[in-house]
Design a protein around this ligand. Structure first.
Ligand code: COA
Ligand code: ZN
Length: 300
């Protein structure tokens, strides 16, 4: 059976934009429910300035407490060297370095131009002891569309991919539709070209938001282009606090349901994932965005 890999980003993307800070104990309980549902790759939080994103303060305590099961991979988002150091000190071996392909969004998000973030990434990578065997993901925000500058030209995103792969190969690159305004043809075009040009030096993932209702269609477009790793957030929560107008991630349960419907394995237990999604939907201020979660359960 064909198989895809699901990366659950709810504990990071899902919670970072909620109006109220979710207490650490609830963040841990949420992550444990996701783990119980069979999710093996989880973005557990971020190591960013707590002034910029108070919702992600004390991710180290979440990392420390979540249940460990065989094969579980935890990843955290970092924007700079300080974040990478803190994530490693918390015991993580998988980091997602975030940078936006758009200068305007990158400035709003991390107060740097894209080139400055690439320079920061270079120094982060140079500072990592090769003995550490860190797994790296480069998260390319606004790969398709910028909340301030509009559509991102494909050549711009491909150029940034080329630059970051010159720093380090053997990484995963997440093509992020931060605003949820990409359409399937755009996803197909960028994903195909990225895989054709860089598929031997990097692995690719698709990170989508469902702002325009294209979330599942974009996942399918990325799959048809050859991508096999997909980000989702339980209950469709999520959004970058510095990307006005964006709504939640494409719901993990909808992605899992899509692939199971097509006879493609995800390793995820959908009924148990729905329980985790129910918890996420109940966080104060949450605006859930999924489809399958709202159907009568016996029909799921
Ligand atoms: N973790 C925790 N604190 C950090 C930090 C990190 N990774 N990086 C910097 N800081 C602290 C500094 O110690 C400093 O603290 P102080 O005010 O108490 O002295 C403060 O943040 C400002 O540091 P500075 O280096 O000047 O950063 P900045 O103000 O230019 O902000 C970022 C840059 C990247 C730290 C900040 O914009 C940020 O955290 N952005 C996160 C964006 C995000 O998570 N977006 C959603 C996901 S895409
Ligand atoms: Zn996102």
């Amino acid at each position: 059976m064909d198989r895809v890999e699901i990366v659950e980003v709810g504990p990071r993307d899902g919670l970072q934009n909620l109006p109220a800070v979710v207490p650490v104990a609830d963040r841990i309980a949420f992550a444990n429910r996701l783990i119980a549902a069979g999710l093996k790759r989880i973005e557990i939080g971020s190591f960013v300035s707590p002034k910029a994103v108070p919702q992600m303060a004390d991710t180290a305590s979440v990392v420390q407490a979540v249940e460990r099961v065989p094969g579980l991979r935890l990843m955290a988002l970092v924007p700079n060297a300080r974040g990478a150091e803190d994530a490693i000190a918390a015991g993580l071996t998988e980091l997602e370095f975030v940078l936006s392909v758009s200068d305007d969004h990158n400035r709003a998000n991390v107060r740097r131009t894209t080139a400055e973030s690439i320079a920061e990434l270079r120094s982060v990578c140079a500072g990592i002891d090769p003995e550490r065997k860190l797994t790296m993901r480069f998260g390319l925000a606004a790969s398709f569309h910028c909340p301030f500058a509009g559509r991102t030209e494909k050549a711009r995103t491909l150029g940034v991919i080329e630059e970051v792969l010159a720093i380090r190969e053997d990484v995963e690159i997440a093509l992020a539709d931060t605003t949820g305004k990409a359409h399937p043809m755009q996803v197909q075009a960028l994903a195909s070209e990225a895989l054709a040009r860089f598929g031997t030096s990097a692995r690719f993932a698709f990170h989508g938001h469902d702002t325009s209702g294209f979330g599942i269609a974009n996942v399918l477009a990325a799959y048809q282009a050859g991508i096999r790793t997909f980000d989702g957030a339980a209950a469709g929560l999520g959004g970058c606090p510095f990307a006005p107008g964006a709504s939640g991630n494409t719901a993990t349960e909808d992605i899992v349901n899509l692939f199971h419907g097509m006879g493609i394995d995800t390793g995820v237990n959908l009924p148990r994932l729905l329980e985790a999604a129910d918890m996420a939907a109940g966080f104060p201020g949450a605006i859930p965005g999924s489809h399958i979660r709202l159907l009568p359960r016996q029909a799921a």
